[in-house]
Structures are given as C-alpha cells and as structure tokens.
Design a protein around this ligand. Structure first.
Ligand code: HAM
Length: 419
C-alpha cells in the first residue's frame, strides 16, 4: 500500500531534537513575557483582503506566496503568512486600543508562505512575535530590539548581529521615493527591474546581482533624506540601544519583504546560515492601523524565526533543550513488581517527577537499554526478590551507583534523589 509524505517544504520536529525546538520557542517567548507582553492567540487563516491591504499588494508575500483558497461558503481566505496584520485586525475588532497604551502583545506559531523550499526556507515556518501598539517612543523601539537580542543570548547564541536603519515617515518617504525613482529611471536596467522601479523602488537597492549593485552604488539613501522628526527618532533609538548595551550595525540599504514599515527597521542576521541568514526581523509600522480601518496609532514589533534560530544554535554547537524524556525509568521484573511500580510511577508523577516505565514484560537487559535511551538519570528496578525484601534498587545510570530503598518510603526517597 502507498504511504504518505508530509507536504513539501515543511520541517517536522520529533524527539529527541524536538526538545531543541521547544526550548527555542519558549526562550524567545519568555524574553517577551519578561518585558510585560501579554499572549494573544490568533486564527491561522483570515480574510484574504486583510493581508493584501496589510502586508502590501506589491510584495512577493502577497503576489506569489500566499496560500489562498475559497472556503465552502465561497469566501476567499488565506493561511496567515505573517502575524502583524492579524494582531492589528484583532486589536481593532476587540477595541484593545481603547485601554492603556501601549498595547503589548506576543504570539507564536505557524505561518505559511509558498516559497521555494531550501535549507532554512520553509512553506510552514514558526515565529515568535511581539507587537507594541499606540506609543511612538524611541525607547520602545529599543526595548523591542533588546528583547529579541536577550532571547537569542539566553539560548547561548553569540554569532548573530543586528542590522538597523530608518525607513522614514509619511513626511519624508514620498519625496525620497520620487528622488530614488528619478535616479533609477536614468540607469540602463532590464525590463523586469524597470517595472520594480515603478512599483517598489526600494527593492532595487537590495538587488543581489553584482552589475545592478554597481549601478545603484550611488543611489540616494533614505537615511540621508529623513525628516527632522524621523532623524531625531532614529538618533534616540541608537542612544537607547547603546545604553542597553545592545550592539548594532547600520545598514541603510536594508529592504524588508513587507510594505508596512516606517522609521526604525531592523534585522537579526546569523552568518552561519548561508543564504537564509535572517533569524528575525521587524520594525515600526506607523500607518498600518489606520490603513486597516483603525485609529491613527503607531506600532512596532518583530517576528523571530524559530526554525532558523534552532539551525543557528546547531551551527554554534549549542545543546538547547533537555533531550531526556524522563528523570526516572522504572524497571519492573515480573507481574507483582509491575503492579507496584505502575502505582509508584503515578505517585512520582503527581509529585512532579518525570517518570517512564518499561512496558511489555521486557527482561532486565532490554529494560536497562531502554532506560539509557530515555535519558533518565535513575533507573528504579524492582525484582521478585526485592519485593520480598521490601526494597527497590535505585540506580544512577551515569555512575552505575546503586542503593536499596525501602518500598514504604520509595516516593519520598526518589523525589529527594531527583531534586
Ligand atoms: P519577516 O521578516 O517576514 O517578518 O519574518 C520574520 C522571520 O521569520 C524571518 O526573519 C525569518 O527568520 C522567519 N521566516 C520568514 N520566512 C521564512 C521561511 N520561509 N522559512 C523559515 N523562516 C522564515 C514578519 O513576518 C513580520 N510580521 C515581523 C514583524 C512583526 N514586524 C513587525 N512586527
């Protein structure tokens, strides 16, 4: 009979490596929680128009990568390609912005982009993200960047760097865009790139082809044409980052794949990952809320790629996550011993100890092999003779040290040993 394969381009995580995935996700989320962000759980799919309007009609994400389909009621829905638009929709819909500002939210989970799969680029990707809405304060921008940095550092990562720039605001960006277009229209570019000049000229600055890079080397840059307010904002973000001890480099040619960014924009890059080096990114999006029908409120946030961060940890040789499935592995030898240890395992779990048991009547040798594989620190062995003597054998697997423990105090002694 035919078997099935997972859809193309989707990473799956199973034990023991899945422990690393969980550790990355939880460590990054924990960094957000520690800065006062509250959890928001969002739909995996939304009205297609939300992403078209929110993410931008000219982006690759919207034009080429969305999983869009009609549901059985004939509505066009799309699997979420990113989190920010959905958070905005929810904040507006539920009036979360009518209480104290900023609204600080974090989220995590799967996002979907129909990209060409390769190492570190998947069609189902996992992010942890934050959004801080309603206060346009450079200190908040610095906080958002510092939280991500702190999360990566807690995992032990050291090979990442932060790239920072400002994409300007509504007063300076349109004039800059026109200036850039004027410059680009004077260059001998191919038809496809010319089309991009009209649609999304900033993208041309990010072209990877050496001949195009050479042509645009003298192109005007946004950072040299910032309004006074945007310039001041940018300077203050940099000051706050310096105060926080967060190192960054400026990349005035940074181009993000989503259209909503304004002012502070940043990426976390890990050079050990090859082409897919962006382990996280984000920025301000001051016009997005109004664009989606809400109040004129500012916002800033990030999305950190859990899959790529895990890859970065592996590249740096970091052992993240506890791969052990349990602390104690019970080895009953015989039916009477099994009845006793099944009950003991239950009591130990209730006391907070992670416990597994050798099922299926395995012999001592096979059961001890299973104990080793489980990653447990201790094996708790109970044979017929032990049972008669009223004791069990508690064996530390790494040292091989073994001692007898009275059955009447078994739970307490094992809890002590594990702690
Ligand atoms: P993004 O840069 O599109 O931003 O994605 C954030 C991160 O998700 C990337 O840096 C990368 O690590 C990971 N990622 C994206 N696409 C893939 C993929 N195909 N495979 C594996 N990992 C991927 C956003 O999504 C914005 N919503 C972030 C944000 C929040 N900006 C403001 N607030």
């Amino acid at each position: 009979m035919n078997t099935f394969n997972a859809p193309k381009g989707i990473p799956e995580y199973f034990p023991p490596e899945s422990a690393g995935f969980l550790a990355v996700r939880d460590t990054l989320a924990d960094a957000a929680r520690r800065a006062g962000y509250g959890y928001i759980e969002l739909p995996l799919f939304e009205d297609t128009a939300l992403f078209a309007r929110g993410v931008g009609e000219s982006t690759d994400v919207v034009t080429k990568e969305m999983y869009t389909f009609a549901d059985r009621g004939g509505r066009s829905v799309t699997l979420r390609p990113e989190g920010t638009a959905g958070v905005m929709r929810s904040v507006i819909e539920h009036g979360l912005d009518r209480s104290q500002l900023p609204v600080k939210l974090y989220y995590g989970g799967a996002f979907f982009r129909y990209e060409r799969p390769q190492a570190g680029r998947y069609r189902q990707l996992q992010q942890v993200g934050v959004e801080a809405i309603g206060v346009d304060d450079p200190a908040l921008d610095a906080e958002v960047i510092a939280i991500a940095d702190e999360g990566y550092r807690r995992l032990g990562l050291s090979g990442h760097r932060i790239e920072l720039t400002s994409l300007g605001d509504a007063t300076c960006r349109p004039a800059y865009r026109a200036k850039l277009q004027e410059f680009l229209r004077g260059l001998p570019l191919d038809d496809e790139t010319r089309r991009r000049v009209e649609l999304n000229p900033l993208r041309v600055l990010d072209d990877k082809r050496p001949e195009v890079r050479e042509l645009v080397a003298d192109a005007p840059l946004m950072v040299d044409h910032l309004s006074t307010a945007a310039q001041e904002h940018y300077e203050q973000v940099k000051e706050h980052l310096a105060d926080l001890g967060v190192a960054f480099t400026e990349n005035p040619r940074m181009v993000r794949g989503l259209d909503y960014y304004t002012k502070t924009t940043f990426e976390f890059v890990h050079d050990g990952l090859g082409a897919q080096s962006g382990i996280g990114g984000g920025g301000r999006y001051d016009g997005l809320m109004a664009e989606l029908g809400g109040q004129e409120l500012s916002g800033i946030g990030f999305g950190l790629g859990v899959d790529r961060t895990l890859l970065a940890c592996q590249v740096e040789g970091l052992a993240v996550g506890d791969q052990a499935r349990c602390d104690v592995y019970c080895v009953p030898l015989g039916e009477a011993a099994k009845r006793r240890l099944v009950a003991t395992a239950g009591a130990l779990r209730a006391a907070g100890v992670r416990v597994d048991l050798s099922y299926g009547g395995k012999g001592l040798k096979g059961a001890m092999k299973a104990a080793d594989r489980s990653g447990a620190r201790f094996a708790l062995v109970l044979g017929e003779r032990d049972l008669e003597a009223g004791t069990a054998q508690l064996k530390e697997l790494a040292s091989g040290e073994q001692r007898a423990v009275g059955l009447d105090e078994l739970v307490d002694r094992v809890v002590e040993a594990v702690r």
